[in-house]
Design a protein around this ligand. Structure first.
Ligand SMILES: *Cc1c(COP(=O)(O)O)cnc(C)c1O
Length: 413
């Protein structure tokens, strides 16, 4: 039995919860229990304040104005880029490319690789991928004639590493894998994945959208070629994220979109491109979003990622233990290393029906395939009920979830 109190004591969750105005909300007459953090996290007042401050005090376009507001906005945006660099221990600030999120970042890389692949080349993707990390590669394969191969998974939701090593060859040009699976919570052994890929000369993109809220990664130490993050999964706003790329790759890849900001010189005969990072940042970016992303990192670092992940692990352990005590409940994704997600079904009750009843009780969970249909096909289920936790959730909320699931079961069976 997890000792709820000792672990909770390391984080003052009651104080933390006061930072999140939305947690005071009622939903269907009940106090909101927000357990859909893997889809998007909630926003603390500190980040909301940064957004309001921007629009109230220094809203202006960046990088081109000589006037004061433009310079203030530029400084704040570039300061945010520096915070992101420092947080992920990225070597150079211009290796941080602002994007609209992970999906945009992955598409940017997939588009760029069109120039480097040919028939006979292979791209390996893990069986645990989000659709946003499958479809762009399929499109890339269609464009180039390269072949997509899948690293298979076990019933526990872990990648079969021996199969991965078998699939790697000098034909492998790219390997794509998420750091943490949004559907099952598996933490993938990315150090081993990256190291082995580099031995055969393949580049590696790790989708960190799910991991970044729970694990502070040192990207230089990982020696990863590309890493993607979405701010909205880590207390930031929607519509902003980053692509980290090693400088040598970013120099090689062609620009993804043409427009303002990404050019050095334009004539109708020929355009030359701006230096990094601007080469990949065409048009007016999400200025306020980037600044707010920096504020979100400040907020989470003040709490501390070690305390966050330890506490979230305790929530997951407690939820797992309590849910498994329900007769007929099955948990999908039982990897040894997992974080923040509990995906489950009860006998053959449709997950949607459970989710609907939970919503009536104020509990927000996700139901369905979680943008990871191949995983659901693997288990031969239509989907799961997914409870996903953040550091502002409480053990009492886990108790509420468990009670509500029991009630739903008694209503539906
Ligand atoms: C959320 C998520 C994505 C997609 O992120 P967007 O912000 O929607 O672009 C991709 N991969 C994983 C693992 C995710 O959790």
């Amino acid at each position: 039995m997890t000792n709820k109190n000792t672990i909770a004591a390391k984080l003052d969750v009651d104080v933390i919860r006061k930072d999140f105005p939305i947690l005071k909300r009622k939903v269907n007459g009940q106090s909101l229990v927000y357990l859909d953090n893997a889809a998007t996290s909630q926003t603390p007042q500190q980040v909301i304040d940064a957004i309001v401050d921007y629009y109230q005090n220094y809203n202006a376009n960046i990088h081109r104005g000589v006037h004061s507001l433009s310079q203030e906005a530029t400084d704040a945006y570039e300061t945010a880029r520096e915070k992101i660099r420092a947080h992920f221990n990225i070597g150079k600030r211009h290796e941080v490319i602002f994007t609209s999120g992970t999906t945009h970042a992955i598409n940017l890389v997939a588009s760029g690789f069109t120039h480097f692949l040919k028939e006979g080349d292979e791209i390996l993707v893990s069986a645990l991928e989000h659709h946003s990390n499958i479809v762009p590669w399929q499109m890339l394969c269609e464009r180039t004639g390269a072949k997509l191969r899948v690293i298979p998974m076990t019933m526990n939701g872990e990648l079969k590493m021996e199969e991965y090593h078998r699939l790697l060859s000098e034909r492998t040009k790219l390997v794509f894998c998420n750091h943490v699976s949004n559907a099952l919570g598996t933490i993938n052994p990315i150090e081993g994945i990256i190291g082995a890929a580099h031995k055969v000369g393949a580049a590696v993109l790790i989708d960190g959208a799910q991991a970044a809220a729970h694990i502070k990664s040192d990207l230089q130490k990982l020696d990863v070629d590309f890493y993607t993050v979405s701010a909205h999964k880590m207390c930031g706003p929607t519509g902003v994220g980053i692509l980290y790329g090693k400088e040598k790759w970013l120099n090689k890849l062609p620009p993804y979109q043409g427009g303002g900001e990404m050019i050095a010189e334009v004539t109708f005969e020929k355009t030359t491109y701006a230096n990094l990072p601007h080469k990949f940042e065409a048009g007016t970016p999400n200025i306020c979003g980037g600044i707010a992303f920096g504020a979100a990192l400040d907020y989470m670092n003040t709490i501390g990622f070690e305390a966050i992940s330890e506490y979230e692990d305790a929530l997951v352990d407690y939820a797992t233990e309590q849910l498994l005590a329900i007769d007929g409940l099955k948990i999908y994704g039982t990897a040894k290393h997992k974080t923040s997600v509990v995906s489950f079904n009860i006998e053959d009750i449709h997950p949607y029906d459970i989710g609907t009843i939970l919503d009536k009780m104020g509990i927000a969970v996700r139901t369905g395939h979680h943008c990871a249909q191949p995983i659901m096909d693997f288990y031969q289920i239509p989907g799961t009920v997914r409870a996903s936790f953040s550091f502002y959730n409480t053990m009492e909320e886990v108790d509420k979830l468990v009670e509500a699931v029991k009630k739903a079961k008694s209503m539906l069976l």
